[in-house]
Design a protein around this ligand. Structure first.
Ligand code: PHB
Length: 367
């Protein structure tokens, strides 16, 4: 048994984990077509990485409207539920655990990705200065500017909440050990939270209580759908600006949100550092320390760490588990490498998105 703090067992809500290493959610755009259906190749990739204490799946759209990138998997159709079973069975047979990340991209989309070619939906009709990824009718595919979205009617919001609940029931039917609500990185729920993307004048915009209303309704519906709050986590990205979101007062916004989440007794809060796509975010470390003090439950921290800095974050009390994204792409046996003190493979950026086995299931394990 290794002494390394990343390799100590931990309780994550209702799940008993063998170690404190989390495989972060990572978009890879390799679902089977048509239908964005998880298949054997995806199961092989996740099963190779079952050494993580827990895997969080790539973000998976809860409804067709929730898609912003070609070939990302869904969790809304019967075929997708069947397809995901290959992954959950593989990971479980290898002794691992896996949680599904529930995703709605909101305005980070394009009519080419939407049913009937309509505009994507968002809190407000404000176009994101950001990119999505589309496939044309002739099969060609490319990055594309996000389209002008349509503002959701207040009367449509219960349907969005219900889609998260149905996605949760589908994930459990597919054999996942739990679900993570994706409220980070400028996607739909973060678009509601952040002041620049939410200019609504109904009960879901304006004050922090209003901007946080949808995400809290979603959390409550997802908890109700699992019947066990210990199987539900949430991911946030305070101060993040990816996908053109900006909040005027992240301290106020996230203090309110975390105080509300405290009473929900979730499995965990997953904080995604804002610098994972580059840039500097002055004040983030202080904000993180403050939020750590406010949140009473288990905290997973993600973003740009290695074995040493990850262990430091655990030992200083800043986090309870560490999520690794790019390192888990390139190192299927990351936990074994930590135990051995071995070097880590680097990712090949050219094979991150789309394609097949290359740069996906062919990264080498240690000899
Ligand atoms: C992406 O596909 O680039 C992506 C997806 C989900 C995230 C962040 C990035 O949370």
């Amino acid at each position: 048994m290794s002494e390394h703090s990343l390799l100590q067992p931990v309780q994550l809500g209702s799940l008993s984990l063998a170690n404190r290493m989390v495989m972060a959610p990572l978009t890879r755009q390799r679902a089977k077509q048509p239908g964005n259906i998880p298949h054997a190749l995806n199961a092989e990739y996740y099963t190779q990485r079952a050494n993580a204490g827990v895997i969080i799946s790539e973000a998976s759209q809860i409804c067709p409207e929730g898609q912003g990138y070609a070939w990302s998997p869904g969790i809304h159709s019967a075929e997708q539920v069947e397809g995901w079973k290959l992954t959950t069975e593989g990971v479980h047979a290898a002794g691992g655990k896996i949680i599904l990340q529930l995703w709605h991209v909101g305005r980070i989309s394009h009519p080419l990705l939407q049913p009937n070619g309509v505009a994507p939906v968002a809190p407000s009709a404000i176009q994101a200065k950001a990119e999505c990824y589309v496939q044309e009718a002739d099969g060609s595919h490319h990055r594309a500017a996000c389209a002008m979205p349509r503002a959701l009617e207040t009367s449509e919001l219960p349907g969005i909440v219900e889609a998260y609940a149905q996605g949760t029931r589908n994930a459990l039917a597919a054999g996942f050990d739990g679900v993570e609500v994706h409220a980070a990185n400028g996607y739909l729920l973060d678009q509601f939270l952040c002041s620049n993307s939410n200019q609504r004048t109904d009960a879901y915009g304006g004050s922090v209580e209003n901007r946080a209303r949808l995400v809290l309704e979603v959390v409550d519906a997802v908890v109700a759908a699992t019947g066990d709050s210990g199987k539900v986590g949430i991911r946030i990205s305070p101060m993040g600006t990816f996908n053109d979101v900006h909040d005027a007062n992240p301290l106020e916004t996230f203090t309110y949100l975390l105080n509300e989440l405290n009473s929900r007794n979730l499995a965990y809060l997953h904080v995604n550092k804002p610098d994972w796509v580059g840039g500097t975010y002055e004040g983030f470390d202080d904000l993180l320390k403050t939020l750590r003090g406010i949140y009473k439950g288990t905290l997973i921290l993600c973003g740009g760490m290695d074995a040493e800095t990850g262990a430091q974050a655990l030992e200083s009390g800043l986090a309870d588990l560490i999520a690794f994204g790019r390192p888990y792409i390139a190192n299927p046996d990351l936990a074994q490498r930590v135990a051995a003190g071995a070097a880590w493979n680097q990712i090949n950026p050219a094979t991150l998105y789309g394609g097949g086995a290359e740069g996906y299931t062919d990264y080498p394990s240690m000899e």
